[in-house]
Each structure stands twice: as structure tokens, then as C-alpha cells.
Design a binder for this molecule. Structure first.
Ligand code: FAD
Length: 632
């Protein structure tokens, strides 16, 4: 039998959630733990950011009284959220946030030590804070330093490819050494997936290019995904990948599309008869960044649809041009903008010049950011698309972030604890809380795995994977073109605009490709990781498309981040027929789940778990805590 490593827990991933899970386990000192990662420096946390990257926590400043219950209620109000997860995310938010502060994340305080907050979307309090555009990078670096201090072993360049299971739950993990193309085995009763969002399924994406995610590990182990219909999509530049939110929109850039003959189209002018109405909608996009079906008929999300129409339906490339004012205007008559846009730009002393001149005046770092990434937006137009940024759904977990498979946990963006809407910044908080909860549970768990059980399972799994790879090494190399084609198809037919018959054919095609993986080839052992990524992408795409299709058939309406075509629905004047839709109602008390059964993707619906009742008495809690009953 191939030698293996043995630990009480293996954490998969070196993002903010993965490092935290490992640190918390190690701090507790009861269990041995190691991290495996496809790349220490890979992942969304370390490689992304935005204008003011936000962390959402309990209010810790000012006069407005906040409480755990209020915060849990606000998280729950996002719709299709489980109340126990919401309560934990609220209850542990201050502890997790202060842990990050202690580790050195530079969250700002006033001169009295208050963590002064601001309001983010879906946030009635000022619970949000930020350490700047690279908050999640700072978090990851501080947690990595802590993991080093605690001497957590990190196995780099290992891609987890299968969770090993015996009758009662997890018994190990199989990884591919991405540099050598060989396999590495771990014997363990606990695996924490902190593999990030399933970013790899989309071509049009603002996730960092290095990050793809691996949610299929959970599906293939028998766990469910939930709320996979819920995403955040918004306008972003495609190279480099960065959100064009905030000031990038408020300075009123010129939107232009270019067809395959090189002809430019002023497509906003073609749609809006009133140019100042168009400019006001562009301005609003600045702080209404994610696409929102409720803001299509009368609001700024029509801009997202117009960009999608150019790029996907008309097959044109779309650019933001900061060098000229839109619609050939030499000067903008700012007073003709909406009162909100005019007063904001007036207060910012930005009622002059061209978009780039306004951007330099209002937010010079926003120009420098692109310059640092090699793009001079004062000279070059910036290519954009309607991109996927975040998956609100994910792997279904209980109140300890354990999946339905005993010993298999999910934390961070791969866990599906958000619903239809979430307050901006709550993803980073959920990642810290979920990883802490999983670590707490594992620390008290008695699960073990015998060598004999493990070896029996490992032998079969290893033989299967070895045969899969040997076959791919013999086939003609086509893994990259297959990956490019399936991610393009997903962005065209399975993004924010969902039309039932296109979803059905995309699902059929994706299932067909998933079932014919044996015809895919790679050009050498070092490319085997690309084969496994394609395998993951196709599996997750099938689950996501099955969820979309089921939603379109059962709910027949749009909510949050997507439109589902409905011939009975409303259509904003001047838009194409495929943008006709109805708004859904009454679905937010339910959670949709999708799982794999004998290779097929099966969906089901359940009621949300309510927020648990409060009313605990200190003495009871204390006694139970001493007896450790609170863990189970
Ligand atoms: C542009 C942008 C802006 C954002 N802004 C905000 C914001 O303001 N506030 C907020 O709360 N959230 C924001 N988010 C979301 C947030 O950044 C992510 O949800 C979060 O960073 C994910 O952290 P994570 O630890 O779960 O995963 P990641 O940081 O993505 O880490 C995943 C890790 O798993 C590893 N991995 C994956 N699969 C495998 C495998 N099979 N084997 C081994 N290793 C594997 C990767 O190498 C990586 O180390 C934003 C996201 C984007 C893209």
C-alpha cells in the first residue's frame, strides 16, 4: 500500500477560511492538523479586492445599539438563510473580527479605540468596516503568519481530488501532486473544505484567474449544495479582473461596443432616448454594483443587461472609455443629471472635464490601480463584461458547518450559508465564523479511522484515479479547449440571464461532456491538474444548471441576482424578448438543495431552519458548557 500521512483533521485551502480553521484547531491543541493546498498563494482572499473591501461584524462603535439577535435577524432577512447559521455568524462575529485585529489586520479605529463602521448594502446598521481595497489579502497574510507561528504543517502543490469515505463518514483524502503528477494519501477522520467559491465554472468572472474552487469534492462525497441559484454578477474588467464599481461609474465613462468588423457602437445612446437618463443610470451603477432583477424595470440594472446584450447576444466586445465624454458630448450639462448624481458630483467638485479627469480628481488611486496592473486607462479603453463575483450558495452545512457526511466540513465561500441577498462584507465574516465552528466541533469529536478500514477504501480509490490519469495521458491533448468551451457556454446561458430551454440544452451538453471525460487528453503529468479542474467544473456546472432549471420550472420568477425568462412577464421597453420576466414572491422561506444520485443531479426544497429561540439562563449555559454539552 502507498504510504500515507495521518492527521486528526486535514484542512483544504490556504485562503482566509482555511488558515483560520487550521489555526483554531492547533490553538485548541487537542487534535493534530495539516493543511493541503493547490497553491499557498492561490485563492480569492489573497488575490482579490475592491474599492473598499468590506468586513461585516456586530456594531462596535457609536450610539446606535446593536445586538446579536438584531444582526442574526438581518442576515436571516436576506431570504433562504438558515437561522442557526445566521445566529452563529452574528454571535461569533465580534470574536472573529477582534481575533483578526489582534493578529495585525489594520482595521481602523478612532482615537478612543472605536471600530467606527459604515453602512453597506442590505445593512440597516453601520456594521461594515474595511482595511482598504485589500482587506482579505491582509487577513490571509496575518492568518498565514499565525499558522507558521503555531507550526501548522502545510502541504503545498497538492490538489485534493477525492474525499475518502467508509460506512460512517470520512476516512481520508486523496490528493494529486500537481508538480509531479503523482498521488498523495492522507488518513484522517475529518476534512474541512475551505476551497473557496466555484469560480472556475464561468468564463466571464471577476474572481482571480488563479482561483477555480472544487465544490465537486463535496457533491461526489454525497453532500448537497444549496441555494446555488444565488450569485452576485456585476460589471468588471476582464483583463485585469477588477470590479468597475464606485467611482469608475460615478465619473460617467463612455460605454462603447466593437463588432467583428471593428465598427464602434454607442449602444447606450441606441437604447436611451434621453442621454441624461442614461448617464444617471450609469452613475447609480456605482453603488448599485451587483445585477439585481428588482432594478431592471425602473433602475440601474438595465445597464448590465445592455452590456450582456452587446457581448453575448450580439457577440461584440464592450469597453469603458475614460478618455472621452459619452455620446460625443464635449461638455456634460451636469444639472440635467438626476438630482442625486448632480449633487454628489457637485459636492465632489467633479462637474468638469472628461471621465479620466474626473476620476483623477475624485479617486486617483483608482487610476493607479490599473496602471500597476499594466493598463493605462487614461489612454486605453478597458474591456468589460457582466461577470460572476460571488456565490451566495454552496455546500449545505449544519450549525457546526458539518455537511450531511460525518467528518466532512465546509467553511468560507464554498459553504452555502448566505441566501438571496447578503449584507456586503458578510462573506468574509462567515468564512471566519464557519472555520471556527468546524474547528470547535472537530476538537471535541471522538471519530477515528482504523488503518485497516482506510487501506481498503484507499486501494480502490487509488486504482480508479490511476486508471483515469493513465487514460488521459494516452489521449490527444484537448483539455484546455474543452475547458474554454464549457466555461464560455456557462457564461452565455447560465449567468444572470436564464432562459429555460437554453438551460435545458446547456445542462444536456454539460452532462454529456461530464460523462465522456474518458475522451479528454493532457500533454503530460504536469497537466493532470487541468484534467481534474475540468472534471470539477463540469460536475459543478451540472449541479448549478440543474438548480437553475428546477427553479425556473417551480418558481417561475426572478429574485435577486438573476432573470428567468417568462413569456407572461414584463419587459422594459426597448429590450429584447429574452429579458421578459416576472418577479418571484414567497420563495425566501425555502432552501433549494441539489445532490448527486447515481451520477444524476437531483433537486429538492426544504423550509429554512428558523433562528433558534433565545432565553438561555447563564447558570444553565455555564453548567452545560463545563460538561461540554454545547458542542453537540
Ligand atoms: C472582486 C471581489 C471582491 C470581493 N469583495 C468582498 C467584500 O468586500 N467583502 C466580502 O465579505 N467578500 C468579498 N468578496 C468575497 C470574498 O473575498 C471571498 O468569499 C473569500 O475571500 C473566500 O475566502 P475562502 O477562504 O473561502 O476561499 P479562497 O480565498 O478562495 O481560498 C480557497 C483556497 O482553496 C484552495 N483550493 C481550492 N480547491 C482546492 C483543492 N481541490 N485542493 C487543494 N486546495 C484547493 C486554493 O488554493 C485556495 O488556497 C469579494 C470577492 C471578489 C472576487
Amino acid at each position: 500500500m502507498k504510504p500515507c500521512f495521518c492527521y486528526d483533521a486535514i484542512v483544504v485551502g490556504t485562503g482566509a477560511a482555511g488558515y483560520n480553521a487550521a489555526c483554531r484547531l492547533k490553538e485548541d491543541g487537542k487534535k493534530s492538523v495539516a493543511i493541503v493546498t493547490e497553491g499557498v498563494n492561490v485563492g480569492t482572499s489573497r488575490n482579490t479586492g475592491s474599492d473598499k473591501q468590506t468586513y461585516y461584524k456586530l456594531g462596535l462603535s457609536g450610539e446606535q445599539a446593536d445586538s446579536v439577535r438584531k444582526m442574526a435577524g438581518d442576515l436571516f432577512a436576506g431570504g433562504s438563510v438558515d437561522g442557526d447559521n445566521a445566529l452563529c455568524e452574528a454571535a461569533l462575529s465580534a470574536r472573529c473580527f477582534l481575533h483578526l485585529c489582534e493578529l495585525g489586520v489594520p482595521f481602523p479605529v478612532n482615537r478612543y479605540g472605536e471600530y467606527v463602521g459604515y453602512k453597506t448594502d442590505h445593512d440597516p446598521f453601520e456594521r461594515a468596516t474595511s482595511a482598504g481595497p485589500l482587506t482579505s489579502k491582509f487577513m490571509t497574510e496575518c492568518l498565514e503568519r499565525e499558522a507558521k507561528r503555531l507550526e501548522v504543517p502545510v502541504f503545498d502543490h497538492l490538489l485534493a481530488v477525492e474525499v475518502l469515505k467508509e460506512e460512517n463518514g470520512v476516512c481520508g483524502l486523496l490528493c494529486l501532486d500537481t508538480e509531479k503528477g503523482t498521488f498523495v494519501l492522507f488518513r484522517t477522520p475529518n476534512v474541512v473544505l475551505a476551497t473557496g467559491g466555484p469560480a472556475g465554472i464561468y468564463a466571464d468572472s471577476v474572481y482571480p484567474a488563479c482561483h477555480t474552487g472544487t465544490s465537486s469534492l463535496a457533491l461526489e462525497a454525497g453532500a448537497s449544495l444549496q441555494n446555488m441559484t444565488e450569485w452576485q454578477y456585476g460589471l468588471a474588467s476582464v483583463s485585469p479582473r477588477w470590479n468597475v464599481s464606485g467611482t469608475y461609474m460615478q465619473v460617467l465613462p463612455r460605454f462603447v461596443s466593437v463588432d467583428d468588423k471593428g465598427v464602434e457602437h454607442d449602444f447606450l445612446a441606441d437604447y436611451f432616448s434621453d442621454r441624461y437618463e442614461a448617464l444617471s443610470a450609469v452613475f447609480l451603477k456605482g453603488y448599485q454594483w451587483p445585477f439585481d432583477s428588482r432594478k431592471v424595470l425602473h433602475g440601474s440594472s438595465v445597464i448590465d443587461l445592455l452590456v450582456y446584450r452587446e457581448r453575448v447576444l450580439k457577440r461584440r466586445r464592450v469597453f469603458l472609455d475614460f478618455t472621452k465624454n459619452p455620446f460625443g458630448l464635449t461638455e456634460i450639462d451636469f444639472e440635467r443629471l438626476s438630482p442625486e448624481a448632480f449633487s454628489y458630483l457637485q459636492r465632489a467638485e467633479a462637474c468638469f472635464g472628461t471621465p479620466i479627469e474626473r476620476l483623477q480628481a475624485m479617486n486617483a488611486p483608482a487610476v493607479e490601480l490599473y496602471a500597476e496592473k499594466g493598463v493605462d486607462i487614461s489612454k486605453t479603453p478597458l474591456e468589460i463584461a457582466l461577470c460572476a463575483q460571488h456565490n451566495n450558495g454552496g455546500i449545505a452545512v449544519d450549525k457546526w458547518w458539518q455537511t450531511s457526511v460525518c467528518g466532512l466540513f465546509a467553511a468560507g465561500e464554498c459553504a452555502g450559508t448566505h441566501g438571496v441577498a447578503r449584507p456586503g462584507g458578510s462573506a468574509l465574516n462567515a468564512g471566519q465564523v464557519g472555520s471556527l465552528r468546524a474547528a470547535q466541533y472537530i476538537s471535541e469529536s471522538n471519530r477515528t479511522v482504523t488503518e485497516e478500514t482506510f487501506e481498503k477504501v484507499a486501494k480502490e480509490v487509488l486504482a480508479r484515479h490511476s486508471a483515469f490519469c493513465e487514460n488521459a495521458l494516452k489521449n490527444n491533448n484537448n483539455v484546455r479547449e474543452k475547458t474554454a468551451a464549457c466555461t464560455r457556454r456557462m457564461s452565455d446561458f447560465g449567468g444572470a440571464i436564464r432562459e429555460p430551454s437554453s438551460l435545458r440544452s446547456a445542462l444536456q451538453e454539460t452532462e454529456r461532456e461530464k460523462n465522456s471525460l474518458s475522451s479528454v487528453g493532457v500533454d503530460g503529468k504536469k497537466s493532470l491538474s487541468e484534467l481534474y479542474k475540468l472534471k470539477d467544473i463540469l460536475c459543478v456546472q451540472c449541479a448549478v444548471l440543474a438548480a437553475f432549471l428546477d427553479f425556473s420550472e417551480k418558481v417561475k420568477g426572478a429574485r435577486g441576482s438573476a432573470l428567468y425568462y417568462d413569456e407572461r412577464g414584463e419587459l422594459r421597453e426597448g429590450l429584447d424578448e429574452c429579458f421578459r420576466f416576472l418577479l418571484a414572491s414567497g420563495t425566501t422561506g425555502k432552501v433549494q438543495e441539489v445532490r448527486m444520485e447515481e451520477g444524476k443531479f437531483v433537486t429538492s426544497w426544504r423550509d429554512v431552519r428558523p433562528i433558534p429561540n433565545g432565553g438561555d439562563v447563564f447558570e444553565t449555559v455555564w453548567r452545560q458548557y463545563r460538561e461540554n454539552k454545547n458542542i453537540y
